[in-house]
Design a binder for this molecule. Structure first.
Ligand code: KG4
Length: 341
């Protein structure tokens, strides 16, 4: 049997230090060290994030290689997130990847974090045989920093056909959760509370933006003003209604997201639909996409929850497909904070 390509993936774009080893596109290990140092600040503190990456990177890579049961000398290439993300955080993963690849004399492969989220659909697990999305497909990429509809024509041929003109969907979850006094990041808390709430209890403003673009800043303001008025009448309003508030907010965000996705599917005549990014862990969104899939005849691909948040397995799988194309990167390449796909 032909020896598999072994890819070491490294992800350090925000506040998760992660390393993963894949044999071709099959997962051997995926280690993630999340940073609790930000919990007291209500958001990620960039300087603290890069310091924590420095502490975590060596033990995380070491654990990923050991868990995979491979030797350093087996590794064919190192794939790492070049951007977008926090520059200080990206520098840690980038510098480590460069040194590691140089020391082993193997190729270095730079990965776009957003493309990696989308390509997470191509990760297979050992003993699993799953259907992979076929090109072209539409991917709703929703995270703390992005809300985009991406037309995926091939592994590295992607076009953003719609995107937020202000806040991202994850930001809307997190900022509204903060107004409700929930811890950061608020998205998972809203998701949990929603399960016991009535999604039709309250109505919040929905944007009226042309085409496939999104806007979430109006919703945030509408939510804030609604609570401010209600709190004047009842100081306990949030506490007494937190499940209904969460469910109504979550439904509004899902309606906004799916309306444009349905439109995109009609415009591009594409019925293969995928979700990706941190917000794709949301149970309400996942259920709604499956329901729409049944109703509209979509073939739906939803990532495993462990591949929705930042992880190096998605970086490694993107690296594997670049490796097959011989798309290596020069050692002088430097990280970037913002980008389009
Ligand atoms: O992709 P991600 O891990 O980080 C980047 O932005 O790169 O996404 C994080 C976002 C946060 O806004 C978080 O609140 C949101 O994903 N999130 C969720 C859920 N899990 C994570 N939002 C709603 N429901 C969830 N279950």
């Amino acid at each position: 049997m032909e020896k598999p390509t072994i890819i070491l993936g490294i992800e350090s774009s925000c506040d998760d230090t992660s390393a993963s080893v894949l044999a071709n596109n099959v997962l051997l290990s995926n280690v993630i060290a999340s940073q609790s140092v930000h919990n007291d600040y209500g958001g990620v503190v960039p300087e603290l994030a890069s310091r924590a990456h420095q502490q975590n990177i060596i033990p995380v890579v070491d654990a990923a290689i050991k868990n995979a049961g491979v030797d350093k000398s087996d590794i064919s290439a190192v794939a790492f997130t070049l951007g977008p993300g926090l520059l200080g955080s990206l520098l840690v993963g980038t510098s480590f990847a460069k040194s590691f690849a140089t020391a082993l004399g193997i190729p270095l492969i730079d990965i776009n974090h957003l493309q990696a989220h989308i390509l997470s659909h191509f990760i297979e697990e050992q003993g699993e045989s799953k259907e992979l999305p076929s090109f072209p497909f539409l991917c709703l990429l929703v995270s703390g920093g992005n809300s985009q509809i991406v037309l995926v024509k091939d592994y590295f041929d992607m076009e953003i056909v719609g995107q937020t003109i202000d806040d991202a969907a994850g930001e809307a979850f997190d900022k509204c959760a903060k107004v409700m006094g929930l811890p950061y990041p608020g998205g998972p808390h809203i998701d949990k509370l929603s399960q016991r709430g009535n999604p039709s209890a309250f109505k919040f403003a929905k944007p009226n933006i042309k085409g496939l673009d999104y806007s979430f800043s109006g919703l945030k303001t509408s939510f804030l003003y609604f609570l401010r008025d209600k709190l004047k009448e009842d100081g306990q309003f949030i506490e007494n209604n937190k499940c209904d508030l969460s469910a109504s907010l979550q439904k509004t965000i899902i309606d906004i997201l799916t309306k444009k996705l349905i439109l995109a599917s009609k415009i591009y005549k594409i019925n293969t639909i995928a979700l990706a990014g941190g917000v794709s862990a949301n149970n309400g969104l996942r259920n709604e996409i499956f329901a729409l899939g049944k109703q509209l005849g979509w073939k739906v691909f939803v990532p495993k929850p462990s591949f929705t948040t930042d992880n190096a397995a998605m970086v490694a799988v993107a690296g594997y497909y670049k490796y097959l194309n011989g798309q290596y990167c020069d050692i002088v390449k430097t990280p970037f904070a913002r980008t389009i796909i």
